[in-house]
Design a protein around this ligand. Structure first.
Ligand SMILES: [Zn+2]
Length: 202
């Protein structure tokens, strides 16, 4: 995104980035306003996938908040709906219910969307982008200050051998050399001598 801006002078660069951000905040907020549903689109899709996978499990309820979720292969996972934790740790880490958790929710007749973390809700997203950026006048109309002007940093020679600037070769010179490269990719004997400026033995 900053490719356009990075080649500019420091103040112009910051101005370009500021404009990009201003548009981005407005665009993202408006896109989300159009979206129907309580969850952000990508999260809603992930949750749908999890719902499908949850069909592969059987829930064993302990009578309160805990479950043992059993897969078709006999693997079991401990689920605590009240603490929002599952022993696969996916729910704990992402805040999006894992297939085991959804299996338990369906068993209890709960709606999985209600268990998704607040940060993935549409309302949270719109709140985040509700702080729009202020607008500015042209640079000529900015108030003048007495501070010294911004100057670029001094260029220092980095350690190590400086890069060689190779002589530009004549186009014919390059072609001539290519002719002497054998099929194996190596130079022929004659050309090697020529390169080293040694007269070949006769
Ligand atoms: Zn799980």
């Amino acid at each position: 995104m900053v490719l356009r801006a990075r080649s500019k002078h420091i103040v112009d660069m910051l101005e370009t980035i500021r404009l990009i951000l201003m548009k981005r905040v407005q665009m993202r907020r408006d896109q989300m306003m159009k979206h129907t549903g309580d969850l952000c689109p990508k999260i809603a899709k992930i949750l749908e996938d999890m719902k499908k996978k949850s069909m592969e499990f059987i829930a064993h309820w302990n009578g309160k908040d805990e479950f043992e979720i059993e897969s078709a292969y006999g693997t079991r996972f401990r689920l605590h709906l009240g603490d929002k934790t599952c022993s696969c740790r996916r729910w704990d880490l992402t805040g999006i219910p894992c297939p085991h958790a959804i299996c338990g929710m369906y068993y209890m007749g709960h709606i999985p969307e209600e268990y998704v973390h607040e940060c993935y809700k549409k309302e949270t997203f719109i709140n985040t982008y509700s702080q729009l950026m202020g607008t500015l006048n042209d640079m000529d109309m900015w108030p003048k200050v007495d501070f010294p002007p911004l100057i670029p940093p001094k260029c220092e020679n980095l350690p190590g051998r400086p890069k060689k600037h190779a002589r530009k070769k004549d186009p014919d010179e390059v072609k001539d050399k290519e002719k002497h490269v054998k099929k194996s990719g190596k130079l022929g004997k004659k050309w090697c001598y020529h390169e080293m400026l040694i007269v070949p033995p006769t």
